[in-house]
Structure formats: C-alpha cells, structure tokens
Design a protein. Structure first.
Length: 289
C-alpha cells in the first residue's frame, strides 16, 4: 500500500465535517464473544422488526470468511463485498433487496484474506457506505465473532454495540472477554447486552447478573441490558425455510421479542445528526483506539 493512498484516506477522513453531508443514520454493530450464539439471527430479526416500524434499514454482513446472512434470508448475491474491496464493483451494485424492504450488503464467504482489509479497500468501503447511508435510518453491522482487529475496528467506529450472549458458561466467559477488550480501548463506548436463546426470564436474568457482577468487579462498569430473545422452535423452522422469523411467524415468542427490542432501540438509542459521519470518520481514520 503506497503512502499516497494512505494519505488520501486520512485526508478524506479529516475532511468529513466540511466535505461530506451529515447523515442521521444510527450505526449499530452486533457482535459476540464466540460463534454459535445466534448473532446473525438476531441481526436479521432486529432488521425486520425495525423495517416493519417504518425504519429504513441497511444491514452490512461484515463476517468476512463466514458470511451467512444472505443464506439465512434465502438470497443469492451475484457480487459481494469482496468485489467492492477489490475495486471491481461499487457498493450500490452489490446491494440486495431483502424482505420487508431491508437492504443487505453481502459479505464474501470463505475468503480468508478478507479479514485483513488494506487501506485502499477501506477507502472504497467507507465511500460506498457514505453514499448508501444517505437513504437509511439504521446501519446494522453483523460482525464476525471474537476480538480480531478487523472486528474491533468496526466496533470502535459504531455508535452503539450490541453484545449477544447465551446462558452457556463458555458464551459468558467469551462475552466478558469482549467487554474487557472494548472497555480497555474505549471505556465510554455504549455497550448493550442481549441474551439470546434463553429458556425463561429467570435464566436470562441470572445470565445478566453473572456477567454484570464480573464486569462490575473487575472493570468497574455496568452494562446496559436489552433483555432476552427466548428459545423458540419457530426460529429453527424459519432458518430451514430461509426466511426471517419475524417475517414468517410474526406472532411467535421470538418475533414478539424482536419487536420489543426494536421498540427499545428506537426509544433508547439517540439520534445523532452526525452519527454516520462520525462512523465514517473513525473507520476511515484507521484509529483502533
């Protein structure tokens, strides 16, 4: 990567307040400490629930190497983020129209090198996201699991972070590790906790209490809690049919929980006039904190 390319990206980032319009899109990254907690189901459910409330939603599948959001919703992308990052397509050309009016930026599955994005590729990405965000109220980012640098860059740039965990002990341990890493990098980063696949409210409450106790004791902070998405057989049925559960079974327990989650975020996540511009600037700056 040449110094000229890196310099150009930094100049673009520094020029955002003067050269780029300010967008009101809320930028929320959804992540998890480990895989297998149903994070992508959460992203799809939340996107559909927000869209059904009249919100314009764009979902970016940023799980490079293990992309599956398009599969989950029965979509077949011809082009993916790989083509954008290589300069073969612009972001608008790969956008997929999903159910209930959501739009999806598909990632590339099984491409290992996509986990390491160079400076010129980031330039293409942030410029494309800037244009797409002009017509969005929410940009939801489905990150990979774990604490890889490419994941942390997105989490640090996002306005809010939703951390998905399950009641399983291994999931809790990995969730705490994620909280610790984010806290050390940016203690004030808004971080929300969501328990997925809980069997009952009591189990979810116990999960929250355990994680909150560890976070308070060792990090001296408290997580914001979004509640629980219950374990629901309708979710698996929807996955098998490659449909969003909110779309296919709108009145099942999981769908009602996603609708409640969307309502919470609409009430509790503040609308920042420069929210997307801030995301754009921080992602483009290359500053991982």
């Amino acid at each position: 990567m040449s110094n000229d390319q890196a310099s150009r990206l930094r100049q673009l980032a520094q020029g955002v307040p003067h050269e780029a319009p300010l967008f009101a899109a809320r930028v929320v990254a959804i992540t998890s400490g480990k895989g297998g907690v149903g994070k992508t189901n959460v992203v799809a459910g939340l996107a559909l629930a927000l869209s059904q409330q009249g919100q314009r939603v764009v979902v970016m599948d940023a799980d490079f190497g293990l992309a599956n959001l398009d599969i989950l919703l029965g979509l077949s992308p011809k082009y993916t983020l790989e083509h954008v990052l290589k300069g073969e397509k612009v972001l608008e050309e790969i956008l997929l129209d999903g159910p209930s009016g959501i739009r999806i930026i598909p990632a590339s599955s099984g491409v290992q090198e996509m986990t390491r994005i160079d400076t010129l590729a980031e330039l293409r990405l942030v410029q494309g996201l800037q244009r797409v965000a002009e017509t969005a109220d929410w940009l939801l980012i489905d990150t990979a699991a774990g604490i890889h640098d490419s994941v942390l860059r997105l989490l640090m740039a996002a306005q809010e972070v939703i951390l998905v965990t399950t009641p399983e002990p291994t999931s809790l341990v990995d969730a705490y590790a994620m909280v610790k890493v984010l806290h050390l990098r940016e203690p004030a980063k808004p971080l929300w906790l969501l328990v997925n696949n809980g069997q009952n409210p009591e189990e979810a409450e116990e999960t929250v209490e355990q994680l909150q106790a560890a976070v308070a004791r060792f990090l001296g902070k408290q997580l914001q809690v979004l509640g629980m998405i219950p374990g629901d057989p309708h979710v698996l049925q929807a996955v098998r049919q490659q449909r969003g559960v909110v779309d296919l079974f709108p009145h099942c327990p999981a769908s009602l929980a996603f609708q409640s989650l969307a309502n919470q975020l609409l009430r509790r996540v503040s609308l920042q006039p420069d929210g997307f511009a801030t995301f754009w600037r921080q992602l483009a700056s290359g500053d991982p904190h």
